[in-house]
Design a protein around this ligand. Structure first.
Ligand SMILES: [Mn+2]
Length: 289
């Protein structure tokens, strides 16, 4: 395998032989507080060059399953939302047609809607595991129905089979929606009290799972490089143990990791994201799992 710094984990595998396809999606159009998520995919790929190929807990080198990194999806400045979303959905759809395990790197959380649509049209019995500080259930935000702040509302319109974890910030409209629609949400303050009830969570998830992972769900002390660093949040080992059981018991069909807003000071955030993605790939293709 040839080395390449544009490849996730620095390991090149041709598309045909790869089981995993990394899709960089530098979408940034509706970020509300701090800008910079367009740089997320490149920062994750750069940081991944320094993640060890060997995983201690898995006692394996997950890259050997074959990871192919696509060129970043190109967005023109005058692309409409519809045009941008179509590019994303098409690209994800192609990888699913080709029987790959897609890993989508954001970019802002809005991209999870078109990405999810590709999975929605390819799988039945599909749940969405949503990790986030925010409910993202607004019907519209600043007049925009396709804002990052509305992404779970749009997904909910397609599929109510959603479990959200780590939520610790939302508006009154969202609270009302939750009261009426009763989506499954594990609020961060509840997790703080009781721990993460992994068994219960898994019992609420269907056999096929799409993960949408907004990195601001993580404690910002561990991972500060996000647009809206909310106090509280999930920790590395909490998430790793959730993922261990999830990947073991369910069929995770793909995932996105979004909202990294890289800066040169908090470079450990990029590393956190890269290592977690590699961990999830390892758990997906674990020889014994
Ligand atoms: Mn968020």
């Amino acid at each position: 395998m040839e080395q390449s710094s544009h490849q996730f984990m620095g390991e090149f595998c041709d598309y045909q032989s790869a089981k995993i396809v990394i899709i960089p999606v530098p979408l940034e159009r509706s970020t509300s507080y701090l800008a910079g998520t367009a740089g997320g995919p490149a920062a994750i790929i750069e940081a991944s060059q320094n993640v060890e190929l060997y995983d201690i807990e898995l006692n394996s080198e997950p890259f050997r399953q074959g990871i192919h990194t696509l060129d970043p999806i190109f967005f023109a400045e005058n692309d409409s939302v519809a045009a941008a979303f179509e590019k994303i959905e098409k690209c994800v759809n192609q990888t699913l047609k080709d029987q790959k395990f897609p890993v989508i790197l954001g970019g802002e959380h809005a991209l999870s809607f078109p990405s999810y649509l590709a999975f929605h049209n390819s799988f039945t019995n599909l749940s969405v595991l949503h990790i986030d500080a925010h409910a993202d259930l607004r019907n519209e935000y600043l007049g925009d129905r396709y804002s990052h702040a509305c992404v779970m509302r749009r997904i909910h319109e397609k599929n109510q089979d959603i479990v959200s974890i780590g939520i610790r910030s939302m508006c009154a409209e969202e609270a009302e929606f939750i009261d009426t629609e009763k989506p499954v949400i594990y609020f961060d303050h509840e997790i703080y009290q009781t721990g993460l009830p992994v068994r219960k969570i898994l019992s609420q998830i269907s056999q096929n799972v799409y993960i949408t992972f907004d990195l601001d769900g993580v404690n910002p002390v561990e991972l500060p490089s996000v647009g809206t660093p909310e106090p509280g949040g999930l920790g590395w080992y909490q998430l790793v143990s959730l993922f261990e059981d999830l990947f073991d018991q369910k069929n995770v069909v793909g995932l996105d990791v979004v909202e990294l807003k890289p800066d040169r000071i908090n470079i450990h955030s990029d590393f956190w994201a890269a290592k977690m993605i590699y961990k999830m790939i390892g758990l997906k293709f674990h020889p014994e799992g």
